[in-house]
Design a binder for this molecule. Structure first.
Ligand code: FPP
Length: 262
């Protein structure tokens, strides 16, 4: 499908997605939950292909939360295997397409084969400039915040930028940018310990569509919805005379900080 082209002035977006509903999608068909995860993994490729044309520069997918270790061991190992298979299958394609793959979260508890697949995917795709594709694995935002606080303890002064950088796990990873749009599929309306600091001003979009049914048209609809909103970051709407219209929305200057209004 073709999407409305974006102008160069369009602010590149960070879209983060809580990919929920795999289990229910499978159960509704009388299938084991794992089949829902398998179908969910298959959805990622077409969305990655669509993302740059939708104006997305960073796409962060919540694949496994630190609380997901509570699931039955067979489901946990199937999820680990699916992520490894995804990395093995996608790395060379990502290299060609300029997609930089990286994983956020604790790595120490992941299986060795998965850790090696992550290291090799990250180094092979490190020069990608078209799309940053982050996969959150064994990720807990509250744990990341605690860890950052521990790293910075004793510092005389801590800026927001310092704290964002300290949130990175592994520490060598570049800071995750603020999220512009958080999407959750599967009908639930909660954040589930995902990118709490980075979502401080994120626009939230919830859809009843189960993750395995989500397609590029749905992602486009979420972005169009986002672009219809006005982002004020705590400020007031700018005077009409200060507004610069574009297909990206409205650009205003509030104090000494540029704000994009969509
Ligand atoms: C939540 O649905 C989904 C997960 C915990 C796993 C998400 C994983 C994938 C989509 C596959 C692997 C990912 C990549 C990036 C290759 P749920 O099982 O909680 O669904 P439910 O709420 O219907 O039970």
């Amino acid at each position: 499908m073709r999407f409305k082209p974006r102008t160069a002035a369009t602010k590149p977006l960070h879209v983060a997605i809580i990919m929920d509903g795999n289990g229910r999608w499978a159960e509704a068909r009388g299938w084991p939950r794992i089949e829902g995860h398998r179908a969910g993994a298959a959805v990622v490729r077409p969305l990655v292909e669509a993302a740059p044309n939708l104006g997305i520069r960073t796409l962060t997918l919540f694949a496994f939360s630190s609380d997901n270790w509570k699931r039955p061991p067979s489901e946990v190992s199937a999820l680990m295997r699916l992520v490894r298979e995804f990395l093995d299958a996608e790395t060379s394609r990502c290299c060609k397409e300029g997609v930089r793959l990286s994983v956020l979260g604790l790595r120490t508890r992941l299986p060795g084969t998965l850790r090696r697949a992550i290291a090799s995917a990250e180094s092979a795709t490190a020069s990608g400039k078209v799309l940053n594709l982050n996969i959150a694995l064994d990720y807990s935002s509250r744990d990341a915040i605690l860890q950052a606080a521990m790293r910075l303890r004793g510092a005389a002064a801590i800026s927001r930028a310092d704290f964002s950088a300290a949130l990175s796990n592994p520490p060598s990873r570049r800071a995750t940018p603020d999220v512009d749009l958080l999407i959750r599929t599967g009908g639930e309306r909660r954040l589930s310990d995902f990118l709490l600091w980075e979502c401080a001003y994120a626009e939230l979009y919830f859809t009843d569509t189960m993750w395995p049914d989500l397609d590029a048209e749905d992602l486009n609809a979420a972005i169009e919805n986002y672009r219809s909103r006005e982002r004020r970051f705590g400020g007031t709407p700018p005077a009409i005379s200060d507004r610069v219209r574009g297909d990206a929305g409205l650009l205003a200057v509030s104090g000494n900080q540029d704000c994009w209004l969509h």
